[in-house]
Design a protein around this ligand. Structure first.
Ligand code: NAP
Length: 257
């Protein structure tokens, strides 16, 4: 079994608040004391994490491809032991298609939640393949959502972005099965965080969301057990329904050589 306890250096992108921040702090306290690099845009939040002895990196995942590639290359040079990346950055918008929708929001949401994550994973892969060739395990850990399994209509495009990321993650796991790279999908339900602040729905959702402490505990248990799908709450229930229905994770077609 390969679990996050084997990681020596963990990058958490989207660690300045919510789920990413909680996981970064919990991982930094594992008995193995891995180096944790907390990444995000907000410098004041990064400063607070640096005071807790985490390494920090300011990054905007919506930057252009060349900027992201430079960032990835310099990270791998600075931290040659980097062997886990948790991709927690995400944004969410509400849409009412009967009233008209701002297309720039659709583009931005797809870019941050899907394109940037898929691009970053692709850019980190050569480093992880090198580790794999040395027999060392590594971890690619995108955070999708229960809404990637079943959409929530008010956050239609967010749900679509997470369905895309789930699909990408599943295929990636299949393509990397002969390597030592572990592709682990974290699938949260509705969880206490700042994700919904921009839409003014935080107060209403706070009555039904899973408290962040409870969520973090459950997720850390799954990561430490070496689960490939780390789901909690309603997301775990929906995932189980798919499994109970006998649905495979993907079509049984291998990559053409
Ligand atoms: N909370 C939920 O109910 C829930 C449910 C299912 C899935 N999720 C997923 O869980 C992940 C964490 O979300 P959360 O709920 O913890 O929300 P959150 O508190 O709003 O955290 C989002 C994180 O993403 C970062 N981020 C956003 N845009 C970014 C950008 N352009 N570049 C770099 N970082 C960026 C933010 O940092 P900066 O603003 O500092 O850049 C922040 O650290 C997301 O992928 C979300 O979709 C959440």
């Amino acid at each position: 079994m390969t679990s996050i306890d084997q990681a020596r250096c963990v990058l958490v992108i989207g660690a300045t608040s919510g789920i990413g921040r909680a996981l970064a702090l919990a991982i930094s306290e594992l008995p193995t004391r891995p180096t944790v690099i907390a990444a995000g845009r907000r410098q004041d939040r990064l400063k607070e994490l640096a005071e807790k002895k985490l390494e920090t990196l300011q990054i905007d995942v919506s930057a252009d491809e060349a900027t992201l590639k430079t960032t990835v290359d310099s990270l791998v040079t600075k931290y040659p032991n980097l062997d886990a990346v948790i991709l927690a950055s995400g944004i969410q918008y509400n849409y009412d298609f009967t009233k008209g929708v701002d297309l720039t929001k659709i583009t931005k949401e797809i870019n941050v939640n899907y394109l940037a994550v898929a691009s970053l994973i692709t850019m980190f892969l050569p480093h992880f393949l090198e580790l794999s060739n040395e027999g060392r395990p590594s971890f690619i850990v995108p955070i999708t959502s229960g809404l990637g399994l079943l959409p929530a209509p008010p956050v239609s495009n967010y749900s679509a972005s997470k369905a895309a990321l789930r699909s990408f993650t599943t295929s990636l796991r299949s393509q990397l099965q002969s390597t030592h790279i572990n592709v682990v999908e974290i699938i949260p339900p509705l969880v206490e965080s700042e994700l919904h602040d921009e839409q003014g729905t935080t107060e209403m959702l706070s009555k039904i969301w899973m408290p962040l402490d409870e969520y973090t505990k459950t997720t850390m248990e799954g990561l430490r057990k070496g689960d490939t799908h780390v789901a909690a709450g309603t997301a775990a229930l929906v995932l189980k329904r798919f499994a109970d229905a006998g649905l495979n994770d993907s079509f049984p077609i291998s990559v053409a050589k």
